[in-house]
Design a protein around this ligand. Structure first.
Ligand SMILES: Nc1ncnc2c1ncn2[C@@H]1O[C@H](COP(=O)(O)OP(=O)(O)OP(=O)(O)O)[C@@H](O)[C@H]1O
Length: 264
């Protein structure tokens, strides 16, 4: 496989600062971010709260603009949002006044390609296991179902890259596991490139070809781990647990540091 042709996204020397509202000072949030993503890869961005994961994802989406450096999608500089990059938010953000099928169809209607693609809405409803819920409104479905709809809504536009901002963060561990498997299935069937922001080490190991580890103040990529294990992965396997230990060590979380105050 030609590695250069296969590259879908290239993040080059990206920096981003934000102004402190009180002092007016610029605070550097992302520093020297470099990453190349290949077509069909699943990348997780893992790091402590505040290290700039969402900021980076928003830059890739075009929801925010880079200040220096550049982000290229298929060799073209990213400027603003478009249907080539699908985005799934932590809370799904479905439109409450639209039904499940209307939410999924929305992108097609906005792009004025609904008529010729109307059958794909039902296809996606089947893919995400929501047959029978087509006419339900978001308040009539569970949190896990809502996230499935949000994923289908993004994927129906056939994005080059699907950006996932902790879409499983608010779900219980059983529903979380179901959605993880749904993502793996969708990725396998469509070869969609996916980039996931997460705090969850197990989730990152279960889903990723590579894990990007970020450290804070300012946010940088400290390491990129490649995971060669085949899918689906066994969460209880020796290899999985080894990887988990390795990553916990990177975050200094591998050993309990007893705080005497907890035991008084
Ligand atoms: N628009 C903005 N204006 C000012 N500061 C911002 C803005 N967006 C993000 N920040 C700051 O950038 C830093 C990184 O935020 P970001 O949400 O990217 O981190 P994160 O790693 O995704 O955190 P979490 O895991 O808690 O979601 C934070 O200190 C945040 O306050």
């Amino acid at each position: 496989m030609n590695e250069i042709l296969d590259e879908v996204l290239s993040i080059r020397q990206v920096n981003r600062s934000f102004e402190n509202e009180k002092t007016g000072e610029q605070k550097l949030i992302l520093k020297d971010i470099n990453l190349n993503v290949h077509r069909g890869e699943f990348i997780s961005i893992l790091g402590a709260s505040g290290c700039g994961k969402t900021t980076l994802l928003r830059l890739i989406a075009g929801l925010d603009a880079v200040q220096s450096g550049e982000i290229l999608l298929d060799g073209k500089s990213v400027k603003g949002t478009d249907s080539k990059r699908g985005y799934v938010f932590q809370q799904g953000c479905l439109f409450e006044w639209l039904t499940v099928e209307e939410n999924i169809a929305l992108g097609l209607k906005v792009r004025k390609v609904f008529k010729e693609n109307a059958n794909r809405v039902q296809e996606f409803i089947e893919k995400i296991g929501l047959v029978g819920f087509e006419k339900n409104y978001p308040h009539q479905i569970s949190g896990g179902m809502a996230q499935r709809v949000a994923i289908a809504r993004a994927l129906i536009n056939d994005p080059e890259v699907l950006l996932l901002d902790e879409p499983m963060g608010a779900l219980d561990s059983f529903t979380r596991a179901e959605i993880q498997d749904l993502l793996l299935n969708l990725k396998q069937k469509n070869n969609t490139t996916m980039i996931l922001v997460t705090h969850d080490i197990d989730e990152a190991i279960y889903l990723s070809n590579r894990i990007v580890i970020m450290t804070p103040r300012p946010g940088r990529i400290s390491e990129v781990l490649t995971i060669d294990e085949t899918f689906p992965r066994n969460r209880g396997s020796e290899e999985f647990l080894k990887l988990r230990k390795k990553i916990l060590e990177r975050f200094n979380l591998a050993r309990v540091k007893p705080n005497p105050e907890y035991f008084i």
